[in-house]
Design a protein around this ligand. Sequence first.
Ligand code: UFG
Length: 326
Amino acid sequence: MKKVLVTGGAGYIGSHVVKSLGKKGYELLTIDNLSTGHKEAVLYGDLVVADLSNKEKIKELIKDYKPDAVIHFAASIEVAESVQKPLKYYRNNTANTLNLLEVLNDLGIENFIFSSTAAVYGNPEQIPIKETADINPINPYGQSKAFVEKILKDLSQANKNFRYISLRYFNVAGADPEGQIGQSYKNPTHLITRALKTAKGEFEKLYIFGTDYPTPDGTCIRDYIHVNDLADAHVIALESLLSGRDSDVFNCGYGHGYSVKEVVETAKKVTGVDFPVEEAPRRPGDPAVLVADSSKLRKELNWKPKFDDLEFIIKTAWNWELNKRF
Ligand code: UFG
């Protein structure tokens, strides 16, 4: 079976992809610095604790392992934090990816899947967003990922053997329906997780950041995609690269969105808790609407999502919140 190196495989999305690939029989090695990940989340393959800033160590590991492909999740992921600490994002997300790509290039490793983001589009001109829309990030997080996309494009043009797929994630949410893994951050900032932790009593109230956006109810609209459907997108992207597909970029979302207020109402319904909510000013760096046009992923890679249902997404996250293993 093929060998896949997964950076950030102990994190939220990475661990779900490790599980999906592990179930299919892939041989896996996760590299993770465990800054936000958990060793218990890695259900298949080996885990090495290392940081991508340590280029020598990474090179040694990859030279020994000789992967057929690399899936690169390891990154910092909070839009608001990136506005406060841009250098952290350019270091972790851009510079460290450059380290990794230099190592892969030196070692002749040619198949690469990159965790990109809808944040590369900034405030898009058209909704739903197609992959051909302008890349125009409005926060350092999106910019740090957009830089990598450009580097990947240039590298694949210079070295025809190097092929990559960038997956631009929209709002990833939910947890493993089997309940083994899920999101587990010390200080979560994502809407669904914050809402559920407020329902649980871990936070006093949930703030709605901005009610004056140009949307029907004034709150931001996002395309929430279940983490297992996103994991499937990685599996098919990997399989297509391994069977010789050219480099490409795909949006990962369902193609319709929910407002913050709609998410809050659904979270109240699923949990049965009428938790306190307060309207607050806008959070810096938030675009009003991000909804994917995912027809390319559906048509070209035959992606067939199974969990396009906000209530189900929130139910799996709630189940995880109540029965966490780590
Ligand atoms: N929000 C609140 N209250 C909260 C948390 C969030 O009102 O307590 C709002 C945000 O302001 C935003 C929406 O809920 O309008 C979604 O916010 P999240 O923090 O859950 O997610 P983001 O849209 O900011 O970002 C996420 C990922 C990014 C990715 C982006 C793409 O974290 O990596 O989705 O859509 F780029």
